[in-house]
Design a protein around this ligand. Structure first.
Ligand code: GDP
Ligand code: MG
Length: 264
């Protein structure tokens, strides 16, 4: 591993012991001989044997490209990702899921796409899921229309993995949420910063091991919907607030020369 990795890939794991072996092998294949990419597995306060399985896998000499960090008590999906990102030193940072629904090679493709963009340190690349069941696509599109109309921008398939971006974006993540709306939040922040956002098509496979805890079930979709609308509402309020501040500043800036002229 080089001193400063080009890319740190953060993977939040919550009760994912059954997926870890395949996950680490798949990343080993995807990373190949590159010494400048690290995998940062976050044991996000798991209650199963994730910690043991992770510990054993990481002692294997083939897996020196990977390391782990531990959240003692689970505080949510977003918290786990932010925890891993803050302990990562890559010039670029990424996150993706542990259940292998998005193949690891698509994370490397997303990195390649990012570094070919005109200004990679001011850009973000995100996945765009292909091949999903019709109902899931419909649900995601409906959420996308609502989010895009409310926030003004393109917010389709926000929960697709991965997200890849320059580490400097972390300076703007202090108020990031600790739940599943982190994916929406980072896109909102990037868009407010006028960053270039590029989509890469990614495969989206079925989860074969472990339980879906996000939007993969009907109940999960309902919860995700509720949280996302809550987050949209918060972001919309802060957007309106910053627009008000900007227009007040603009009015003051227009008044200032007039005052100066009349005083002269
Ligand atoms: N629900 C949940 N998932 C977490 C948490 N921390 C990490 N994860 C991981 O988040 C990823 C996405 O979860 P998943 O259940 O596959 O969501 P879904 O595909 O949207 O149903 C998986 O890699 C989980 O292990 C957490 O605190 N809660
Ligand atoms: Mg999943």
């Amino acid at each position: 591993m080089t001193l400063t990795p080009t890319l740190s890939i953060v993977v939040p794991c919550y009760n994912e012991s059954k997926n870890l072996d395949r996950l680490v092998s798949a990343f080993r294949c995807a990373i190949g001989s590159r010494q400048d990419i690290e995998l940062v597995l976050v044991d996000n306060g798991s209650k199963d044997d994730t910690a043991d399985v992770m510990g054993k896998l990481l002692t294997h000499p083939e897996n020196t490209f990977a390391r782990s960090v531990t959240v003692d008590v689970n505080q949510g999906y977003g918290y786990g990702i932010l925890f891993g990102l803050r302990k990562s030193h890559g010039e670029y940072l990424a996150w993706t899921h542990a259940d292998l629904q998005t193949p690891p090679e698509d994370v490397i493709r997303a990195l390649n796409c990012l570094i070919q963009m005109p200004d990679p340190s001011n850009s973000l690349v995100r996945g765009n899921r292909k091949g999903r069941p019709i109902f899931d696509q419909f649900f995601t599109s409906a959420m996308g229309w609502v989010a895009s109309a409310a926030l003004g921008g393109s917010y389709f398939d926000v929960n697709a993995q991965p997200k890849v971006f320059h580490h400097s974006l972390m300076q703007h993540m202090d108020e990031a949420p600790y739940d599943f709306t982190l994916d929406l939040y980072i896109l909102y922040v990037a868009s407010e910063l006028k960053m270039d956002i590029e989509l890469v098509d990614v495969r989206f496979d079925l989860r074969t091991e472990g339980e879906s805890k996000g939007g993969g079930t009907l109940l999960g979709k309902y919860r995700l919907c509720k949280r996302t609308f809550g987050q949209i509402w918060k972001l919309r309020k802060s957007l309106q607030q910053s627009q008000r501040v900007a227009s007040t500043k603009a009015v003051k800036a227009n008044e200032a020369p007039a005052k100066t002229r009349s005083a002269a």
